[in-house]
Design a protein around this ligand. Structure first.
Ligand SMILES: [Zn+2]
Length: 142
């Protein structure tokens, strides 16, 4: 999995997770990428400028913004994964099947996570089922 910083033509920036750069290219070409803010489909890769978001708050004797961006991203990803692992049922490769059952009210409504192929994920999205890609385990990055 790789993360791309994407931008729509109105300038909304957001992050997209893809299996690899080919998956990104395929979705971009098919017009499958959409801005989560305004729904615009003219989405392109944002220029990977060092994303420095320093707080405006005056630090009292402390140097702000010294946490490297990658470190912050890892903390975010780790937190997100932890939330999923603690609050969702792991259903493994039965993910698409379970997601459908929940969507159509055939089983108890709950958070689940598991594995699916890109094709299965796309089909779920087309059926209006809300799913999100799981960020990779930070310990497995690099
Ligand atoms: Zn937008």
């Amino acid at each position: 999995m790789i993360a791309y910083r994407l931008i729509c033509k109105d300038g909304h920036e957001f992050e997209g997770w893809f299996a690899d750069s080919t998956a990104y290219a395929a979705q971009a070409q098919a017009g499958d990428l959409m801005c989560p803010v305004c729904g615009d489909a003219s989405v392109t890769k944002a220029i990977m400028a060092p994303a420095v978001r320093t707080s405006v708050t005056k630090a009292k004797g402390k140097t702000p913004g010294t946490v490297p961006e990658l470190q912050k991203q890892r903390q975010f990803v780790a937190g997100f994964r932890k939330f999923i692992e603690e609050n969702a049922d792991y259903v493994g490769p039965r993910f698409p099947e379970e997601a459908r059952k929940i969507h159509y009210g055939e089983t108890e409504e709950r958070h689940i996570y598991g594995e699916s192929t890109l094709r299965e994920a796309k089909e779920l999205i087309e059926e209006g089922i809300k799913i999100a890609p799981m960020p990779p385990d930070p310990n497995e990055l690099n």
